[in-house]
Design a binder for this molecule. Structure first.
Ligand code: ATR
Length: 298
């Protein structure tokens, strides 16, 4: 309002309602996404609301469809619904198809498009935020569940000389490796079958950190040239990050950056504007250092 005019000339004009987005998961109360999207919206001047929906599996499908059929302009999907979400959209992007999981739904011209921004978030964090550069790296991916699956194609884009997928249940690792072998040199094994030789990059995509556990892998896979990356994140070091530091890994990082980058990618899909992630990541890490919580993943 102009302080000299005495009245606001726009006061009587109808105001459009803010756009509404939401995160569906079970549980979701721990999520940092409302905070992250709130900061993105403020930074880019977008009029939007971001809500949390505690949605158990039995109600997931109907609740998301009801939301997106009414006020919801788009949605994020988290555990345990990322795979179920592939079945309720009208169209899947190639990267969602490859990951067989949807973490972002965009409503466009009456149609629901399912995308997956997790892999892009991981890659941006590794290469831009952490500034990691390799030529023909040896990469070890731990885990063979949904999170690991979504990381395979982004990791293969780093042109590794080899990508080894190691999992507690070896059959799942071998199956995943076989599925992706057309895209690069990929093999699957159990933890005890890992070579006693270091890797350039180890990505932990197991859910072990969520319970404060570390996959039982031979310590020879880590040396001072190894970067260890935990896709989980939490207050203080995750169990995997602490383990990597104890073994003298060159770098040991957790997934805060991936969390913020996947959110930025979703935000851009919805709003058409790319937020600056650096200040958000900074605030988040500083806040996380002050809050007591356990490791999580979005
Ligand atoms: P997400 O969608 O988070 O990937 P998931 O599909 O249930 O969840 O997969 C969890 C992954 O973490 C699996 O690879 C699992 O190993 P199994 O396939 O053998 O079950 C792995 N995992 C969970 N807890 C683990 C632990 N304590 N040690 C090692 N691997 C673990």
């Amino acid at each position: 309002m102009n302080p000299l005019s005495g009245s606001d000339p726009s006061a009587d004009l109808p105001r459009s309602a803010p756009s509404v987005y939401g995160l569906f998961g079970h549980p979701v109360h721990h999520s940092w996404s409302p905070f992250i999207h709130g900061m993105f919206a403020k930074q880019t001047g977008q009029d939007m609301i971001y809500r949390l929906f505690e949605s158990p599996p039995a109600r997931f499908r109907s609740e998301v469809l009801t939301f997106l059929g009414s006020e919801g302009q788009g949605a994020n999907i988290t555990l345990p619904h990322k795979q179920a979400a592939t079945e309720l959209v009208n169209e899947l992007t190639p990267r969602a198809q490859m990951a067989d999981a949807v973490n972002t739904i965009v409503r466009r011209d009456g149609s629901l498009i399912g995308d997956n921004t997790d892999g892009a978030g991981l890659l941006t964090d590794l290469t831009s935020n952490l500034g990691l550069k390799w030529s023909a790296p040896r990469i070890l991916l731990l885990g063979a569940g949904g999170a690991a699956r979504g990381a395979i194609e982004p990791l293969l884009s780093l042109k590794p000389v080899k990508l080894v997928i190691a999992n507690r249940t070896v059959t799942k690792a071998s199956k995943l490796a076989a599925e992706f072998q057309d895209l690069g040199w990929v093999s699957g094994c159990e933890f005890s079958g890992l070579p006693d030789r270091s890797f350039d990059l180890i990505v932990n995509a197991t859910s072990a950190s969520l319970r404060g556990e570390v996959p039982l892998i031979p310590i020879g896979v880590v040396d001072s040239g190894t970067t260890c990356y935990d896709m989980a994140y939490g207050v203080g070091d995750t169990a995997f990050v602490a383990w990597a530091k104890r073994l003298g890994a060159g770098r040991a990082e957790q997934g805060w950056g991936m969390l913020v980058e996947q959110a930025a990618e979703a935000f851009e899909l919805w709003r058409g504007v790319r937020p600056d992630t650096a200040p958000v990541l900074q605030v988040l890490q500083a806040r996380a250092a002050r809050v007591t919580d356990s490791p999580s993943s979005d």
